[in-house]
Design a protein. Structure first.
Length: 228
């Protein structure tokens, strides 16, 4: 019997899946800077022109892989958040991020590692997927105790306060700039801790304690924002 012909949408979806699969394999083998659209065409057994109808350049390939990375990370992390209590939700988010990063170090590096030379991620395509987890993180912390303006770090400048308020508003969150500043510090601390483990910056001895170090970060952050 003749095989049923694929629809255009099915063929496009299959090609996209192949591009993502081989693109992620290249990330693991040669890194983001050395990605090659021609190598993906060769791996799929199609002409370069067939691939270029889907990704016209290395930069478009990087964007496709970056959006896919952000989406999978967010789906895995947010999907693991089952609790109602704020502290537990923060813990689930942090553990989910670290777990995904440890399983997918090359893709974590694409999202949070060194910028790829000559590549600038298009904000209109990457900002939404790339801030899904951060938005939920801020929503959780914003429900905690107010943070005193000033505090140990000193007062927040008007310009920084305006930037923080505008950024939170884009997530649909009305939050005091002092809390937003503290949340940003906590977020960058989380990203930095996970990256230090994934990129081997802790060294072989401390790297074995990545899970415990994360639990210490969770406990300190829950206390700082009174999320218990």
């Amino acid at each position: 019997m003749d095989r049923p012909r694929r629809t255009h949408a099915e063929a496009r979806a299959q090609m996209r899946e192949g591009i993502l699969r081989l693109g992620n394999a290249q990330l693991a083998e040669v890194g983001a800077a050395a990605l090659s659209v021609r190598e993906i065409a060769r791996g799929l057994g199609v002409s370069s022109s067939a691939i270029y109808r889907h990704v016209a350049s290395r930069d478009e390939l990087l964007t496709l892989l970056l959006v896919d990375t952000y989406t999978e990370l967010a789906d895995a992390t947010l999907g693991a958040m089952k609790s109602e209590a704020l502290g537990a939700r923060l813990a689930e988010l942090a553990r989910g991020m670290r777990g995904w990063a440890v399983r997918n170090p090359e893709r974590w590096a694409l999202a949070y590692g060194s910028p790829v030379p000559g590549y600038a991620a298009p904000a209109e395509q990457t900002t939404g997927p790339g801030t899904r987890v951060m938005a939920v993180f801020l929503m959780v912390l914003a429900q905690g105790a107010p943070i005193e303006s000033g505090g140990a770090a000193g007062p927040i400048s008007e310009r920084l306060a305006a930037e923080l308020s505008a950024g939170a508003a884009e997530f649909g969150i009305d939050v005091d700039p002092a809390l937003a500043a503290a949340a940003l510090e906590a977020w960058t601390g989380l990203i930095g801790l996970i990256s230090a483990e994934v990129f081997g910056q802790l060294g072989p001895d401390l790297a074995r304690h990545g899970a415990e170090l994360l639990e210490r970060w969770i406990a300190a952050t829950v206390a700082r924002f009174d999320l218990a």
